[in-house]
Design a protein. Structure first.
Length: 452
């Protein structure tokens, strides 16, 4: 391997370790001939910490000959880690694609990286200033200290499953036993050009928690931060290249949200100030636009306001958490937004002209989880992250090993109420008619074959 390629890997070593899926990268590099079957055994030793195994793998790549760097870039590109490819290779054609998509901006870079907690803490204001908008953070801040980046990753315990669940008599299960158990895609909008919206402090914490949680659940994780509307649409279209073959797909969208009059839909603010709607995002995953995901469970999680309503009722004081009053919890919290039947052609006798056997529903296998109800605000702690994502991560970590996803979201709402009292989450099911178990920690059975 050339020295410049070795140095590029060393410079971006923390990002490679933190952002990539070990099982996928090991399989891809084995198929490309970078590693032999004997060499990959240490990377699959589940008795060792997964990050230690990734550090070992990327260290070994630097000693694997002249073609190893190219094969690494190809594997990263195939997996959708396009920003890592751009970081490692200044001559990558992906730079031109990025330049073409990017809108002129005087704000911070729109790189689609995970947000580093240590960097964001340098930007965070004191609690006394939580209601003030501030200028964009200094673009000349020093780069993230790698040691802080690693040590600030959440370390809550994710309980692992002991067995695979089986189909019930009346309700079947979605298949989640293979080598591509799932993919998490995160779209987070934290800062907005020309300061048109408040900087969303605490979202960096949400991103780190989600990344850690789903990594422990065995998912590949893709993250996109502060995209313009055009970039968001382009990325949604490009996901067809990377999510096919996954047994389930989770899509998290976190931004300022706005109620749409006379509609159950919600507007979402992109980095350039333009809006995209919840239903517009879901549309890219319906059975017509994304037929390869027909029958695959798709779970959407929207962390955003859906209106301005902040009303709640007063309850007995003994119901509130004893360690901290609800007024103190609210005082330091921010909000994520402000206000803002099928037809079939028939002949004259009323008979449908479309053959029944050629029709199928447009939407299926979709579950949509909202952090709040239509017309209501969604709260976010600048230091601990949004109330909803905090709760979701805690519940999924503790109960994903023995609960299906429908039940997990019920438990999330129960705990959200128990802990914060005034925010109500909601779940919509669009023909999500099977049970989805995530089976954290269980390797695929010996007879499992890669999904195609």
């Amino acid at each position: 391997m050339q020295d410049e390629h070795r140095r590029a890997i060393q410079r971006h070593f923390p990002s490679l370790v933190e952002q990539t899926d070990l099982d996928y990268m090991v399989s891809a590099l084995f198929e490309k001939g970078v590693f032999s079957e004997q060499m990959i055994e240490p990377y699959r030793d589940v008795a060792k910490d997964v990050r230690d195994r990734k550090r070992l793998m990327y260290s070994d790549i630097t000693r694997r000959g002249p073609n190893a760097f190219k094969h690494l870039l190809d594997a990263l590109s195939d997996a959708g880690y396009w920003d890592l490819v751009r970081d490692l290779d200044p001559n990558s054609s992906l730079h031109a694609r990025r330049s073409k998509l990017s809108a002129p901006s005087t704000s911070v870079s729109n790189e689609n990286n995970y947000v580093s907690i240590s960097t964001e803490k340098k930007k965070t204001k004191t609690r006394s200033d939580i209601n003030k908008n501030e200028p964009p953070p200094n673009k000349d801040l020093p780069s993230t200290d790698n040691r802080l980046y690693l040590t600030n990753v959440p370390t809550f315990h994710v309980v692992k499953s002991k067995k695979f669940f089986e189909d019930g008599d009346d309700i079947k299960l979605y298949r989640t036993r293979g080598r591509q158990r799932g993919i998490l895609v995160v779209f987070s909008y934290i800062e907005f050009i020309n300061n048109i919206e408040t900087y969303r402090r605490g979202v960096d914490v949400d991103c780190q928690k989600l990344k850690y949680l789903f990594g422990e659940l065995g998912f590949r994780v893709l993250s996109y931060q502060d995209l313009t509307r055009e970039e968001t649409v382009e990325t949604l279209k490009s996901l067809k290249e990377v999510v096919v073959g996954a047994e389930c797909v989770f899509i998290v969208v976190s931004s300022h949200g706005y109620e749409r009059q006379y509609s159950s839909d919600t507007d979402i603010r992109c980095n350039d100030g333009r809006l995209i709607t919840i239903y517009e995002i879901i549309e890219y995953f319906n059975n017509k636009n994304f037929p390869d995901l027909h029958g695959v469970p798709k779970v959407f999680i929207f962390q955003l306001c859906r209106g301005r309503n902040m009303e709640y009722i007063d309850g007995p004081m003994h119901l509130f958490p004893p360690e901290e009053s609800q007024s103190e919890e609210l005082a330091r919290s921010e909000r994520d937004g402000t206000v803002a039947a099928p037809h079939h052609p028939e002949d004259t006798r009323g008979r449908c002209l479309l053959a029944q056997q050629q029709r199928d529903r447009l939407y299926s296998d979709i579950l949509i989880a909202h952090s709040t109800l239509p017309g209501n605000v969604s709260y976010r702690d600048p230091e601990e992250g949004s109330w909803y994502i905090q709760t979701l991560c805690e519940v999924f970590a503790a109960r994903a090993h023995d609960c299906h996803v429908d039940k997990l979201f019920t438990l999330v709402d129960q705990q959200l109420h128990s802990r914060f009292r005034i925010q109500t989450s909601s779940v919509d099911r669009w023909a999500f008619n099977r049970r989805l178990y995530l089976h954290p920690g269980l390797p695929p059975p010996p007879d499992a074959v890669p999904n195609t």
